[in-house]
Structures are given as structure tokens and as C-alpha cells.
Design a protein around this ligand. Structure first.
Ligand SMILES: Cc1ncc(C[n+]2csc(CCOP(=O)(O)OP(=O)(O)O)c2C)c(N)n1
Ligand code: SF4
Ligand SMILES: [Mg+2]
Length: 265
């Protein structure tokens, strides 16, 4: 088997712009799925709206293409009723942290056994490059021509509010590290979040001065550094994995313990 068997190459070329980072994420995800023996019988994907959300259509898995921002409750529902399945969410930074931000807070709190790959291009890519909650202060966008004003959300801090959760930071330049982060996330016995910095060359990169995707990738190469082994917190532009303490029991499916809705008195 090869990672290519996980991808519908017959649908190529994809709708993604040449030089977009999303394809690099798909390739590494497919490679890990191949290594771990993930296939249609044991895995389902859930994607959101945005350029990133189209990944589900290009992979050889059953997938749910949810409403904007609604990947996490859909994924939690699947993980609850089909606990034997691997549930993998692939979603944009806007989808997960803006319109889906409330779901993100509560998914982190409940520690469901779902794995989230966040394509963090620091922008709303599909809709033309508007400022989102991950856009760094000062970045010029179509909706903030003088530069984004507000501090971006701290994804690591949010995820680590649950001491059992898993957070990894990687970039599309660091392919080997990204692959390890995705693999460990899939193997983690609870909620795992992989925060992948990647380039939206068309609706972000060129506007902020990168002539091509190659320059953006070189920027990631230059700026990002591996965190020292055993780091429990990653500084800005540090790559690594911060693992909480695995939950002692498999996370209880949401709603299973209380009997709510069972109809019993
Ligand atoms: C309810 C709703 N509001 C707004 C939109 C418009 N919309 C589509 S994609 C998107 C943002 C996508 O950004 P992100 O999740 O970062 O994905 P990217 O395109 O960058 O991969 C927005 C606002 C929508 N489809 N539905
Ligand atoms: S608009 Fe940006 S995120 Fe969307 S496909 Fe093009 S480069 Fe990728
Ligand atoms: Mg985005």
C-alpha cells in the first residue's frame, strides 16, 4: 500500500491554488494513515467549510462535510456512537476558532477521542483573505488594510486548559515533524489538536510581501525551531508536542454517564 491509495488522485488537479499548503498536510496525513493501517473500515473524517474543508472530498474515506464551524460536535457525536472508529477532523483556523470557537472550548473540556488537524493559515482563505482570530497583530488583510488590531487566540493555552489533552505545533515546511505530530495525535487516547502553520499564498502571503509559496516555506524554515525535549510549554515559533496526562480511563462518551435522554425516571 502507499499513501497515494488514501487519496483520490483521479480527481486531481485539486481546487486548491498552486503553492497552497493544504496539499502538504493531506500528503502527510495520508502517509500516517497508511502507516497506521487506517482505512474506510476503521476511520471517518470530518471537515469544515473553507479551502481546508475540501480535503474530505479528496481522500478515500467516508467523510462528513459539515456546516461552517460545526466539525467538532459532529465528530464528537460519531466518536460517541461508534467508539471503535478513529475520528479525524481537518479544519481551517477560522472554522475551528471563530464560528466554531464555542465548540472548540467545550470539546477541549470534554476530552473526546477525536483528533483535530488545524490548517492554520492565519486567515479566512476561501472568502478572500479576511482577518480571523489567528491573524497576527499588524498583518494587513482585505478586512484590516491598516493591519490586524487584536491579539490572536492562544491555541496552545486553550487546548492545555484540559490536563489530559494533546497539543502539537508544526508547519508545512517541517514535514517529518508534522508527520510525527499527526501520528502521535492519532494514537493519543483522547482529544488531540495539531496546529499546523501553513501558507495561503493567494489571499494572505502575497499581500504581506511573499512573492511565492517558496518564500513562505523558507520563512517557516528560518523562523521556527524545535523546542527542547520535554518542554511543557512551547514559546512562539517553537515546534513540538505538549502532552497532558492521558486520561486514566477511556474518555466517557458524552452523555453516557448521566443517562440524560434515556427516558428513565
Ligand atoms: C455560517 C457561515 N458564515 C460564513 C460563511 C463564509 N465562509 C466560508 S469559509 C469561511 C472562512 C474559512 O476560513 P478558514 O476556516 O480559516 O478556512 P481556509 O479557507 O482558510 O482554509 C467563511 C467565513 C459560511 N460559509 N457560512
Ligand atoms: S485561497 Fe489560500 S487557502 Fe485557499 S486554496 Fe488558495 S492558497 Fe490555499
Ligand atoms: Mg484559514
Amino acid at each position: 500500500m502507499s499513501y497515494k491509495d488514501k487519496i483520490k488522485t483521479d480527481l486531481f488537479p485539486t481546487i486548491w491554488c498552486p503553492g497552497c499548503g493544504i496539499g502538504l498536510i493531506m500528503t502527510q496525513l495520508a502517509t500516517v494513515m497508511d502507516d497506521l493501517g487506517l482505512d474506510k473500515s476503521n476511520t471517518v473524517m470530518v471537515t469544515g467549510i473553507g479551502c481546508t474543508g475540501r480535503m474530505g472530498a479528496y481522500m478515500q474515506f467516508d467523510s462528513v462535510y459539515t456546516l461552517h464551524g460545526r466539525t467538532l460536535p459532529v465528530a464528537e457525536a460519531i466518536a460517541t456512537v461508534r467508539p471503535e472508529l478513529n475520528v479525524i477532523v481537518v479544519s481551517g483556523d477560522g472554522d475551528l476558532t471563530s464560528i466554531g470557537g464555542n465548540h472548540l472550548l467545550h470539546a477541549i473540556r470534554r476530552n473526546p477521542r477525536i483528533k483535530v488537524l488545524c490548517n492554520n493559515n492565519e486567515i479566512y482563505g476561501l472568502t478572500g483573505g479576511q482577518t480571523g482570530p489567528t491573524t497576527p497583530v499588524g498583518t494587513k488583510t482585505v478586512s484590516s488594510p491598516a493591519g490586524a488590531t487584536f491579539s490572536p487566540v492562544n491555541l496552545q493555552g486553550l487546548v492545555n486548559t484540559n490536563p489530559n489533552a494533546f497539543y502539537a505545533k508544526t508547519t508545512v515546511y517541517h514535514q517529518g515533524q508534522m508527520r510525527r505530530a499527526i501520528k502521535e495525535a492519532i494514537e493519543w487516547p483522547g482529544f488531540a489538536f495539531v496546529d499546523i502553520t501553513s501558507q495561503c499564498i493567494e489571499n494572505n502571503g502575497r499581500r504581506i510581501g511573499f512573492p511565492s509559496a517558496n518564500e513562505m516555506l523558507n520563512y517557516y524554515k528560518k523562523e521556527y525551531r524545535q523546542a527542547p525535549p520535554g518542554s511543557t510549554q512551547l514559546a512562539n515559533h517553537q515546534l513540538g508536542i505538549v502532552k497532558g496526562k492521558p486520561a486514566e480511563t477511556e474518555p466517557v462518551p458524552v452523555g453516557a454517564a448521566s443517562g440524560n435522554g434515556s427516558g428513565e425516571a
